[in-house]
Design a binder for this molecule. Structure first.
Ligand SMILES: Nc1ncnc2c1ncn2[C@@H]1O[C@H](COP(=O)(O)OP(=O)(O)OP(=O)(O)O)[C@@H](O)[C@H]1O
Ligand SMILES: [Mg+2]
Length: 331
């Protein structure tokens, strides 16, 4: 059982609120999902959904109240030692470093804590800095306080890589990064997965997640509300594709023919100098829509100028799920 398997994990926080009063927050209310080995699995959800809590449980930093979780087949509770040996964790990209030491010195220090000898630690620190693109350009010789947030994020990932882990748990690794730095970190995460690592990444930015995740679990209020590949999720949620066609010589019959073979809705037609711009929404897939459009073109003898088929975005799926228009029973 490689990868990550989480089964019915529950976790509540009890905090004191004033004198004698207790407040219980159910952070995870029976979470189950799995991520195959070599996959980038994204845990996507709004603030307070339970993402960090789940990452901490998988990282053996927090005990679940009930349920069970395995990392590469090891139980995170009864085999925590084994789990720690094979994971790399990034919890907060801007914490955990000595500010007056350089990035290199920080990593040498952490590598020695992991049991490397001084010379091996230096070698390992250089290797991981190279891996994350921080070696050279004085980046590794700059004190940590002079690092940009993007460099800090990459240094955090470098630190997580010191032990060459087969599983990486990354809690919002691109939080607060600018577009360019976030792109670099995403590329790095993609490269790390290509080397065969299993990666769990959390976030709430759909655009980012869509770029790198091979599978996704959407979490909301401590529950997984949908899981699957990005494509899968969009399809299962029954989200509509937007189709834009520009045709010359089309008649009413053209649309009638299309609507006979695929269900379309919200049709808008604009005429301009003999060219019709037709916009409609369809549940059917690209091939089906193309086929029906081509058939209609042939029958009414019109000429197509342009055809655009827009897939629903992951953001559409996310909004549909998180806004409550969808429940896990459908998945
Ligand atoms: N130490 C704690 N004590 C009490 N409540 C907590 C604690 N840590 C988290 N919580 C609560 O548990 C719930 C889940 O928190 P968690 O940090 O796991 O969410 P998250 O999805 O990581 O959110 P964010 O996107 O803001 O990082 C929230 O309601 C949060 O307020
Ligand atoms: Mg969090």
């Amino acid at each position: 059982m490689r990868g990550i398997v989480v089964k019915d994990v529950r976790k509540s926080y009890v905090s004191k609120e004033g004198f004698r009063k207790k407040r219980v927050v159910e952070a995870l209310r029976g979470v189950s999902f799995s991520a195959n080995s070599g996959e980038i699995h994204a845990l996507l959800g709004p603030n307070g959904a339970g993402k960090t809590t789940l990452v901490k449980i998988l990282a053996t930093l927090l005990l679940p109240d009930s349920g069970i979780a395995y990392v590469e087949g090891y139980d995170v509770v009864s085999q925590a030692e084994e789990v720690r040996r094979i994971i790399g964790v990034v919890l907060d990209v801007s914490k955990g470093f000595y500010t007056s030491l350089t990035g290199f010195e920080n990593l040498v220090f952490y590598a020695m804590l992991k049991g490397y000898s001084y010379s091996d630690a230096r070698k390992r620190a250089k290797d991981v800095l190279e891996l994350v693109g921080l070696w050279g350009m004085e980046a590794h010789n700059r004190p940590y306080y002079a690092y940009s947030l993007g460099m800090r994020a990459r240094l955090s990932i470098a630190k997580a890589l010191l032990t060459n882990p087969s599983v990486l748990l990354l809690d919002e690794p691109t939080l607060g990064l600018d577009v360019e730095s976030a792109k670099m970190v995403r590329r790095l995460i993609g490269d790390l997965a290509k080397e065969g690592r299993t990666i769990l990444i959390t976030g709430h930015n759909m655009f980012e997640i869509e770029q790198i995740a091979t599978s996704i679990s959407i979490i909301n209020s401590g529950r997984i509300v949908a899981s699957g590949t990005p494509r899968d999720l969009k399809q299962r949620l029954g989200l509509l594709h937007r189709v834009v066609i520009r045709v010359e010589g089309a008649s009413k019959e053209f649309l009638y023919r299309i609507s006979n073979s695929v269900r379309i809705s919200n049709v808008i037609v604009e005429e301009l100098g003999g060219v019709s711009k037709i916009v409609f929404y369809a549940k059917a897939g690209r091939e089906e829509v193309i086929q029906s459009v081509l058939e209609a073109l042939r029958l009414v003898n019109a000429r197509m100028i342009d055809f655009v088929f827009e897939e629903p975005t992951l953001e559409d799926a996310y909004i549909a799920v998180v806004s409550g228009g969808y429940s896990a029973e459908h998945s």
